[in-house]
Design a protein around this ligand. Structure first.
Ligand code: ATP
Ligand code: MG
Length: 173
């Protein structure tokens, strides 16, 4: 089913703003579009974004930054969730998506299911998830979703008010 992916992510990010303020975290959603009609299972992608953004909060000390951005070309969408938190070792990176795997046990509570489930849910969307991380520097998760040939065509026909303004960068602070 088609939803507006931009307002979908914006809403999830905004739900974290109070938490971000209380931890002096610079939380931003940077997106070149105002709207982007896209077919996805909202319940599942909500869990994916919620988990990855929650992880970023868990593993980023107060005063840090969490930047979420959305990029798109004709064949795919990329959503990056970047933090400048504690980062991962090579081993943590390799095992992050394993069922029940948890690194940094001492830092917070959790079951180690979040990323395994996220990868599963993205596979159901023909999507992928990758991680780049450096211990002590930060972590970036990259979600890749294929743009099906139908998306753009249907999308534009459903956007009678699509104007040049829609492709100006939007930043949610
Ligand atoms: P759950 O999500 O089930 O509550 P969890 O957050 O520990 O528990 P995952 O979300 O699957 O489990 O993450 C697995 C592990 O990957 C984490 O325990 C942590 O070691 C590492 N990790 C995930 N995200 C980050 C991040 N942004 N920065 C550093 N380490 C991370
Ligand atoms: Mg998690």
């Amino acid at each position: 089913q088609q939803h507006d992916l931009v307002s979908f992510i914006k809403d999830i990010v905004n739900d974290f703003q109070v938490k971000a303020k209380s931890q002096q975290i610079d939380l931003q959603f940077i997106c070149p579009f105002k709207t982007l009609p896209f077919s996805f299972d909202a319940e599942k992608l909500d869990k994916v974004f919620f988990n990855i953004i929650s992880n970023a909060f868990k593993y980023t000390p107060d005063g840090g930054a969490i930047h979420i951005s959305l990029l798109k070309n004709v064949e795919k969408l990329e959503i990056l969730i970047a933090d400048n938190g504690i980062g991962m070792t090579q081993e943590e990176k390799e095992r992050a998506f394993d069922l029940f795997y948890r690194g940094n046990q001492n830092i917070s509570l959790g079951t180690g299911l979040g990323l395994a489930l996220s990868r599963e849910f993205l596979t159901l969307h023909q999507g992928e998830i990758e991680v780049e991380s450096q211990k002590g520097k930060g972590t970036t998760f990259k979600i890749i979703l294929p743009m099906l040939a139908s998306e753009d065509i249907e999308g534009i026909s459903q956007m009678p008010h699509y104007t040049k303004e829609d492709i100006e960068p939007t930043v949610v602070v």
